[in-house]
Design a protein around this ligand. Structure first.
Ligand code: ZN
Length: 157
């Protein structure tokens, strides 16, 4: 990718720095020893993520990710894990929806997205949208999986 394109993708200098910082020093990197394990990949770019999420009652009590991917997918996973820790399932599903609207070009209230708002420039590059939503899709799957586990437990109680 030409440098001018990269600059456009990463937005302003401040946004570039935020993305670089998360990609170079990912928050919540690693794997938990308990909780939901979700493996997802983005074949169009080669990004691979393993997200582990531990729920306590309805809230995310611990979260971690591992795998490998491009700058956008790694930064997005780092920003996402930072943002959703301690939040309820309903809150994180709403944030996932907001993020997906933002990176597909919709005007949204970006402040709710914390550092993840710095990925808004991805909307100008449709082929990179999947890099940015990979971690969020894994999170949605984790919520579904935990809901299912809870239902099964209830059915056998
Ligand atoms: Zn990617």
């Amino acid at each position: 990718m030409a440098l001018s394109k990269l600059n456009e993708l990463y937005g302003t200098k401040f946004e570039q720095m935020a993305i670089r910082d998360h990609a170079d020093h990912p928050r919540h990197a690693g794997e938990l020893t308990q909780g939901c394990v979700i493996d997802l990949n983005n074949p169009t770019c080669g990004d691979v993520i393993r997200l582990t999420v531990d729920f306590t009652d309805d809230k995310i009590s611990e979260i971690a990710f591992s795998g490998h991917g491009c700058t956008i997918s790694t930064a997005s996973a780092s920003m996402m894990t930072d943002l959703v820790l301690g939040k309820s399932k309903a809150e994180v599903l709403a944030l996932a929806e907001l993020f997906s609207q933002m990176v597909t070009g919709a005007k949204v209230d970006k402040d709710q997205l914390g550092d993840a708002q710095f990925l808004a420039g991805v909307s100008k590059f449709p082929q990179r949208v999947k890099c940015s939503t990979l971690a969020w899709n894994a999170l949605k799957k984790a919520v579904q999986t935990d809901n299912h586990t809870a239902e099964v437990k209830e059915a056998h109680a």
